[in-house]
Design a protein around this ligand. Sequence first.
Ligand code: GLU
Length: 448
Amino acid sequence: MAKVDMKIEGMYQEVLKRNPGETEFHQAVLEVLECLGPVVVKHPEYLERKIIERICEPERQIIFRVPWQDDKGIVQINRGFRVEFNSSLGPYKGGLRFHPSVYLGIIKFLGFEQIFKNSLTGLPIGGGKGGSDFDPKGKSDDEVMRFCQSFMTELYRHLGEHTDVPAGDIGVGGREIGYMFGQYKRITNRYEPGVLTGKGLTWGGSLVRTEATGYGATFFVNEMLKARNDSFEGKKCLVSGSGNVAIYTIEKIHQLGGTCIACSDSNGVIYDEKGLDLDLIKQIKEVERRRIEDYTKKHKHAKYIANGNIWDIPCQVAMPSATQNEINGKDAATLVKNGCIAVGEGANMPTTPEGVKIFLDAKIAYGPGKAANAGGVATSALEMQQNASRDSWSFEYTEKKLEDIMINIHRNCFETAEEYGAPGNYVLGANICGFIKVANAMVAHGLI
Ligand code: GLU
């Protein structure tokens, strides 16, 4: 092993020791560190200033109790988190995830990814993430409201448009952002739209923010296909999940001439070889908040596969848009064997390291989450711009900005991969390109 790689391996071992049991965080750190050998050879100052060691240690971690009462009057206790990871490029920015699987290791992996993703957008935002082990599934609207109010009663003191600006993630959408914004406003007596993004359109939200992550991921895949003289036209696509990211990924795939034949939720898979009826999916998921199985009530020809594995269905384009580690080595091998030529990650870290290796070895177009799904947070930054100037932009203008940002991210990752001798490797391109900008800012800001 080269001396520099041994040094980086030592840093990784230190991360393991300092953060025991946080396996998702370890995975996210390793993926970035593995790419940095040639970077520190070019930039010895990063080693001298211990930039890598500092980047792996969050600037601040907040853990708090969230007590609330359910509809029966019974007291419930959850745990809240906000990890303020890195503020060298701007205020901490990143979503809140409400899901029973949430613990510190998940929030740290997401916060760590967010640093480089936000850097790739080219916009002035640092990296952070938060959330709770609260499970919104099966909760009444009132219960969700009481939980959000209690959560914000603690979190508000850490936020501010120049300090830390949360948004949504799994389990947190427009409804939850509304309740949290209301509580923030009540406690602080300030109408400060710039403190949260993903707001409703009549009270400071931005057009296109709802669609942004899915649209952006699809624009990114479109760029990868264009780089290979190909397009979405006539392609059969799989999109896992059926939440916000999945829905608007499907919408944009259809607009660009592809056909999405399957999506999923945590219970099963819907397979519709004629192409998914997106209006029905929106009705089931966004309006009724029900399970995807209901799709077959209206479309008898479609198949519902309980506990099915969506990656077993042959496709040309796969866009994992559900959650971390949803594509393992075996799934990746199946996708490649079945003729998949492009993978674009709408979710954060949806592919295991074994799966990533299979995609890279097969030389298919593989767009990692921190590049491919950066359109969501980029549009959050556009929402912050509109809030700061008390302006609101049209749908067309905002969507064009989003598309330009995704085209830029693709170009930067593509060119960085070439520069470092790994053409077509968007993992390397994204990690190096995202890292260098943060590292240079940290060097400039001195030892803080
Ligand atoms: N949760 C989203 C992400 O993973 C969006 C964050 C934001 O808009 O701040 O990037």
